[in-house]
Design a protein around this ligand. Structure first.
Ligand SMILES: Nc1ncnc2c1ncn2[C@@H]1O[C@H](COP(=O)(O)OP(=O)(O)OP(=O)(O)O)[C@@H](O)[C@H]1O
Ligand SMILES: [Mg+2]
Length: 274
């Protein structure tokens, strides 16, 4: 796996619609994510989290401002940036076997059939789904389907993985398993991971840093470093006083932002963070 570059968002605004329908969703948002970092983005429903992730992935162009990956402007999807979408049910193709669902995006990258198959199998093994390649998505549980969606994200072998509410629609136990799987994959592959979630506990459990979105239109209202070390455990980490302190701080920030009382957090995109 090649080492990735920093993903830098500078003063991004996003407006939808025209004329009387025009509404600004994101306003003056700046953010920098360094190679190998695990950043969780939290914010209220409808705040523009998916819109931001689409801008980060090159699927949507900001109305103004820039997104850069290293020295490249992100103006279209890049092979270095993989995305796991919010709704796996809508993103897996029901008529395609699991293996083909995972391998499908690689076709457009000009990768030969044998290698596509091999990579798909490897990624299914990585997410704990060895041996299910011949099945169809609808033959699997929700948690397993979400693993397939993650496997497809991994198949790109991209140094950056963006995930939008990746565990939102699975049961609590599967969610814990998938969180730990994501942490393990990040540790093993050294990739940059950005997870959008509205679950504050999950954000603190997973992240090296939690970025809080808020305001109308949305911007970054805070960025909190999670000083819990790299090794996390569902029982001991969540019971740690530092964990509960952090979740309280993040929740307070989110509430303040919802109430409109939080000033914009400014972070010079290229400045070193403390
Ligand atoms: N293509 C679009 N055209 C018009 N408006 C859009 C479009 N995409 C998003 N929006 C609007 O932008 C706002 C933010 O939507 P977005 O999906 O980014 O929010 P979100 O924070 O991901 O929400 P959720 O937590 O529910 O997933 C919403 O008001 C939505 O209606
Ligand atoms: Mg969303």
């Amino acid at each position: 796996m090649k080492r990735g570059s920093s993903l830098v968002v500078e003063d991004v605004c996003k407006t939808f619609g025209h004329g009387a329908d025009e509404h600004r969703v994101i306003e003056g948002l700046s953010l920098r994510v360094d190679p190998g970092e695990f950043v969780c983005i939290v914010g209220p429903s409808g705040a523009g989290k998916t819109t931001l992730l689409r801008c980060l992935s090159g699927l949507t162009r900001p109305s103004s401002g820039t997104v850069r990956y290293g020295d490249r402007p992100v103006v279209k999807p890049l092979a270095d940036i993989a995305v796991v979408f919010q709704d796996y049910r809508g993103s897996l193709l029901p008529w395609m076997r699991v293996r083909d669902n995972v391998a499908f995006p690689l076709e457009g990258m000009g990768i030969k059939r044998a290698e596509r198959r091999e990579r798909a199998e490897e990624c299914l093994v990585a997410v704990g789904l060895a041996g299910v390649g011949d099945k169809y998505p609808w033959q699997l549980s929700g948690g397993m389907q979400q693993r397939v969606a993650i496997a497809r994200g991994l198949a790109y072998e991209a140094p950056v993985l963006l995930m939008d509410e990746p565990f939102g629609s699975v049961d609590a136990q599967s969610r814990f398993d998938l969180e730990d799987l994501t942490l393990a994959l990040r540790a093993k592959l050294g990739i940059t991971v950005i997870v959008v979630t509205h679950d504050i506990d999950e954000a603190v459990y997973l992240g090296d840093r939690v970025v809080v979105l808020g305001g109308r239109p949305t911007t970054v209202v805070d960025s909190l470093t999670v000083d819990l070390g790299a090794a996390r455990d569902q029982i001991t980490t969540r019971a740690d006083a530092r964990f509960t302190d952090l979740r309280t701080r993040v929740l307070t920030r989110v509430r303040m932002a919802q109430a409109g009382g939080e000033p914009k957090h400014t972070e010079a995109p290229d400045a070193a963070r403390g």
